[in-house]
Design a protein around this ligand. Structure first.
Ligand SMILES: Cc1ncc(COP(=O)(O)O)c(C=O)c1O
Length: 398
């Protein structure tokens, strides 16, 4: 690869690489993990139960079920919703592979709907046009932490009798018209992957108001047993369990929950920090010709998970990939969220998609760049990123 440093003819803005999505793990998390390791109970146990209770209180949901990933949560929520072979699930192509892969795991068909130009979230007006007798679920994704138009989506759900499972991987703190994500659809799945707003390394949580769904998900997360593992071994626990369905190995460990319990307590503090960085970026880039900054609708609380700019091709001599390479040469860690799934080989071939079938998602796929946005950043890191962005965009300006 050509070294862009040569193009700029000078030292990179940062000497050391700035990591994208670096988590902030404090003394409290580390001490809790050590305590867990010393306790002898390291897999699913009392800390998972405590984390579920705390999370339930935070969201205000009736149920919260901890899992080893958000992907697992989406998979099990779709099973709870009754999705089977031949069914259709309406979702966005502008997402991570997990969202649509879990639909395919069930032998169902992901039906993509294009996204809004401003938020890059699924376009509710087009959802209804894609509903057929096979549609079981609408699966919206709250891209980058900006929630979807859930009022419209829930209205479609009620009128057309389809269920709603939310991919809330990015949307932990998000609200729509004052209502928390995690309490709106029939179920929502959150991610605690390393770069997420709350991290347990890997992990996830499903929230739902529906008792039968919670019970099913609880059982399916551990091989379809009728009792959780830790209840099998605890004092006074029943000696026997029964397999009531062929479930999965999707349970969260106490080692993960040890992190989660303390990450949850720090959520507001970390949110405030990311919000400050997000606003600082907006301020710095709002008048730059080559950049479209993210928007925030007035009826939402944004979860500020990703800071995604879109390059404006007309103002620049090069494309997104060149800009991205140049930022990396300045030692700024970036991400691409996302290349629309309909452009990936599997989805292209399996469903015969053409690039322009979803024009907005297609266009965004080659314009987006995510800049570092995590509580692990220092204000100086944000200023370095701004200087690097300005340097690169000014250099490539037409
Ligand atoms: C939109 C979206 N959905 C689902 C997932 C899957 O999350 P997990 O890695 O916890 O399974 C991710 C992960 O990054 C994501 O970005």
């Amino acid at each position: 690869m050509k070294n862009k440093l040569a193009v700029f003819g000078g030292a990179p803005i940062r000497k050391k690489s700035l990591m994208f999505g670096r988590p902030l793990i404090g003394r409290e998390e580390i001490e809790e993990v050590v305590k867990t390791l010393k306790s002898g109970w390291i897999s699913t146990g009392p800390r998972v139960v405590r984390f579920e209770e705390d999370f339930k209180k935070y969201i205000g949901s009736r149920h919260a079920i901890a899992l080893n990933s958000c992907s697992a949560g989406l998979h099990l929520a779709l099973i709870a919703a009754g999705v089977k072979e031949g069914d259709e699930v309406i979702t966005t192509p502008f997402t991570f592979a997990a969202t649509a892969n879990v639909i395919c795991h069930l032998g169902a068909r992901p039906i993509f709907v294009d996204i809004e130009k401003d938020t890059l979230n699924i376009f509710p007006e087009d959802i209804e046009k894609k509903i057929t007798s096979k549609t079981k679920v609408i699966l919206p994704v709250h891209f980058a932490g900006h929630p979807c138009r859930m009022d419209e989506i829930m209205d479609i759900s009620r009128r057309r009798k389809v269920l709603v499972v939310e991919d809330a991987a990015h949307a932990l703190e998000a609200k729509v018209n004052g209502l928390k994500i995690g309490r709106i659809g029939h179920a929502a799945s959150f991610s605690f992957y390393a770069t997420k707003n709350l991290t347990t390394g890997e992990g996830g949580m499903v929230t739902t108001e529906i008792k039968s769904w919670a019970k099913k998900i609880c059982s399916l997360r551990l091989h379809g047993l009728n009792a959780d593992a830790w209840r099998r071994y605890g004092a006074g626990a029943p000696r026997h369990y029964e397999v009531i369905s062929p479930g999965y190995k999707y349970n969260m460990m106490d080692i993960q929950a040890a992190l989660g319990i303390h990450q949850l307590r720090k959520l507001d503090k970390n949110y405030t920090l990311r919000k400050k960085y997000f606003e600082r970026y907006n301020e710095a880039f709002k008048d730059m010709e080559g950049i479209e900054v993210p928007i925030e609708k007035e009826y939402v609380k944004h979860a500020y998970h990703l800071y995604v700019i879109r390059i404006k091709r007309k103002a620049l001599k090069v494309g997104r990939d060149e800009i991205n390479r140049a930022l990396r040469a300045e030692n700024i860690g970036t991400g691409i969220h996302f290349v629309s799934l309909h452009r990936h080989p599997y989805y292209r071939k399996a469903f015969n998609y053409k690039a322009n079938d979803f024009p907005v998602a297609n266009d965004a796929s080659s314009r987006v760049i995510s800049l570092p946005l995590s509580p692990g950043l220092k204000p100086g890191d944000v200023e370095d990123t701004i200087r690097a962005v300005k340097k690169v965009f000014n250099y490539f300006q037409r």
